[in-house]
Design a protein around this ligand. Structure first.
Ligand code: ZN
Length: 143
């Protein structure tokens, strides 16, 4: 399955200190009515929380890192889940020693500073997430 996309609006902005990183990006997409797009960000968090999907248990394990971290890279997409814009993003962080780690961005990562940019796309179709039996995840349709 794939869609052919046309670029729409490009938005750059920042989140406020103390914002939840995932919810802040999602609120921005929802406020702007962006239903299809990509999102990237850099900055820093005062604490981080990421998920790791256990493919055998078919559930997320969540990791909380309570220390300040650099956001080396946040890369994600925006599509529709439960009838509203939904952000799926992965996060690479660095600690004080420059060591990188990360995972699936989960609620609970708190912004110290965050600069983000969103590229909206338009298409004749929308991408809607549904529960996928094969993986247990909420994925885009197969075809
Ligand atoms: Zn993920």
């Amino acid at each position: 399955m794939h869609l052919t996309l046309k670029p729409g609006r490009k938005i750059m902005g920042r989140l406020a200190k103390g914002d939840d990183l995932l919810l802040g990006l999602e609120k921005c997409a929802q406020d702007l009515g962006i239903t299809l797009g990509e999102v990237q960000a850099i900055g820093a968090v005062t604490q981080a929380r990421v998920g790791y999907y256990d493919q055998f248990a078919r559930k997320y394990m969540f990791l909380t890192f309570p220390e300040p971290q650099e956001i080396l890279s946040l890369v994600g997409n925006i599509s529709i889940k439960d009838n509203q814009p939904f952000v799926h993003a992965h996060l690479t962080l660095a600690d004080q020693g420059g060591r990188a780690f990360g995972g699936h961005l989960a609620e609970g990562a708190l912004v110290f500073a965050c600069e983000f940019w969103i590229q909206e796309y338009t298409s004749g179709k929308s991408l809607v997430r549904h529960h996928d039996e094969e993986t247990g995840l909420f994925l885009w349709p197969k075809d």
